[in-house]
Design a protein around this ligand. Structure first.
Ligand SMILES: C[S@@+](CC[C@H](N)C(=O)[O-])C[C@H]1O[C@@H](n2cnc3c(N)ncnc32)[C@H](O)[C@@H]1O
Length: 192
């Protein structure tokens, strides 16, 4: 297992360092693949510039007006904003990201998108989500769970913060074969 080759703390630090160092996100090249023109309409340019996802979890999450949604690893906030628009002001959208600078960007973008009244961004780790038990109806996540060296722990945390009957809708990367040691010990492979 990868954990045998690199310590969990080293992986966490490598991932944090990598996302701290990037100058911007995927921008148009990413969003044109993942989101429709209608979904992109009205999104702040900064939220588009910082998009770093691999899918479109909001499209598949079946969000309803008034629901409380957590976006795990919210980055620049693109999916948190889309979720906030969908659940409306009677709902709640919460982004959690390990990097404070991501939260600051996302707060600016949420303000520009007009959803800041029912949207908040917290600094925290997916392996220790800074929310009480049974807080949200839905957890969404886009390209984040693969970054954890403790995926079972992250999923246990998702279960803990979901209300009974709650849902998880994650877009992510999976591997279905063993990876060679040079990949398992590569900081950039873990972060990417
Ligand atoms: C690939 S980006 C995806 C960002 C966003 N979901 C999107 O679709 O644009 C991964 C994000 O996860 C955050 N992250 C990395 N490790 C994390 C952890 N252990 N807990 C919470 N967030 C984490 C990074 O800071 C980064 O913002």
């Amino acid at each position: 297992m990868a954990q045998d080759l690199l310590h969990q703390d080293e992986i966490k630090e490598a991932v944090r360092r990598a996302y701290s160092a990037i100058p911007t996100g995927g921008g148009e090249a990413v969003v044109r693949k993942l989101y429709s023109d209608q979904e992109l309409d009205g999104l702040p340019p900064g939220a588009i510039a910082w998009a770093l996802g691999v899918g479109n979890p909001v499209r598949h999450a079946g969000l309803k007006l008034g629901e409380a949604v957590l976006d795990l690893g919210s980055g620049g906030g693109i999916d948190t904003i889309l979720a906030a628009w969908t659940v409306g002001p009677s709902g709640r959208a919460i982004g959690v990201d390990v990097l404070e600078e991501m939260g600051e960007r996302a707060r600016t973008h949420a303000e520009e998108a007009g959803v800041s009244g029912w949207t908040e961004f917290l600094r925290g780790e997916m392996e220790a989500i800074p929310l009480p038990d049974e807080t949200v109806d839905v957890v969404i996540s886009n390209g984040v769970i693969n970054l954890s060296a403790r995926k079972s722990r992250a999923l246990a945390e998702v279960h803990r913060v979901l209300k009974p009957g709650g849902r998880l809708c994650a877009a992510d990367l999976v591997v279905d074969e063993d990876l060679p040691p040079e990949v398992l010990t590569s900081d950039s492979a873990w972060a990417g």
